[in-house]
Design a binder for this molecule. Structure first.
Ligand SMILES: CC(C)(COP(=O)(O)OP(=O)(O)OC[C@H]1O[C@@H](n2cnc3c(N)ncnc32)[C@H](O)[C@@H]1O)[C@@H](O)C(=O)NCCC(=O)NCCS
Ligand SMILES: Nc1ncnc2c1ncn2[C@@H]1O[C@H](COP(=O)(O)OP(=O)(O)OP(=O)(O)O)[C@@H](O)[C@H]1O
Length: 192
């Protein structure tokens, strides 16, 4: 079974694109979503996060995400340590998930798939791109989050130019291109 990555910056439209693949019965592993669960369930991550941020990072088993986000996105070395804790566990979880899927191909959706090196075990990667300013305004509107906080995350992610060098396909998810036909074209290529 082919393993396909879908990546792109914060607010690019990855999840929207993946929902279109899902309507064609393609299973999608949402790495950010799974990571959120694993950060509160996997003992190796919990112990690691407590070491880095103190026991108070968790309240009744629930991670104080705002507190941790405020620290890691302002400190690249801390973010690296957090990534080193989380990404191997996500990779392991993805492997177990694949084992129970049945389809022509499966998708892993992740914002930092290239940055993390996770793409190396995948067959093809699709980039979902949109201009930075548009991504900013989408996330601010969707999450009611402060502009500076979104920018901080962007600083810790690659640019579309960097991503393009490693990706096999691109879905342009700006205000001018329709995404459904682009997704259909890629799907047809993949099932050939
Ligand atoms: C810092 C944390 C607690 C913030 O939680 P929060 O609920 O605010 O964000 P969430 O996890 O839903 O991610 C939202 C978006 O932030 C960006 N983001 C998240 N983690 C990272 C990262 N390690 N590097 C760059 N951008 C990131 C992505 O665009 C992502 O889609 C959390 O993101 C975290 O622990 N991240 C590190 C682990 C990780 O890399 N997870 C995601 C990929 S597997
Ligand atoms: N092609 C598009 N045209 C207009 N709006 C879009 C388009 N694609 C996505 N959006 C909107 O932009 C916002 C971000 O999209 P989405 O949640 O799919 O992005 P994402 O890349 O998964 O984001 P994140 O990395 O933050 O999880 C959503 O509110 C979504 O409805």
């Amino acid at each position: 079974m082919q393993k396909i990555g879908v990546t792109g910056g914060i607010g690019s439209g990855k999840s929207t694109v993946c929902r279109i693949f899902e309507t064609m019965k393609i299973p999608v592993y949402y790495a950010d979503l799974r990571a959120r669960r694993l950060i509160e369930k996997d003992e190796r991550i919990i112990q690691g996060y407590k070491k880095l941020f103190g026991d108070e990072a968790y309240d009744a088993g629930i991670l104080d995400r705002n507190f941790v986000a405020g620290k890691v996105f302002a400190d690249p070395s801390l973010l690296r340590r957090v990534n080193e804790l989380v990404h191997p566990v996500v990779r392991e979880d993805f492997k177990a998930w694949i084992a129970i899927q049945e389809a022509d191909y499966v998708i892993q959706e992740a914002a930092v798939l290239l940055e993390s090196g996770g793409y190396k075990t995948l067959d093809k990667v699709i980039l979902v791109s949109a201009p930075k300013e548009l991504r900013l305004s989408r996330v601010i509107q969707r999450d009611r989050i402060d502009k500076e906080r979104v920018k901080e995350r962007m600083k810790n992610q690659w640019t579309d130019e960097q991503r393009r060098l490693l990706c096999d396909y691109e879905v342009i998810a700006d205000d001018e291109h329709l995404i459904v036909p682009q997704v259909l074209n890629i799907h047809n290529e993949l099932i050939k």
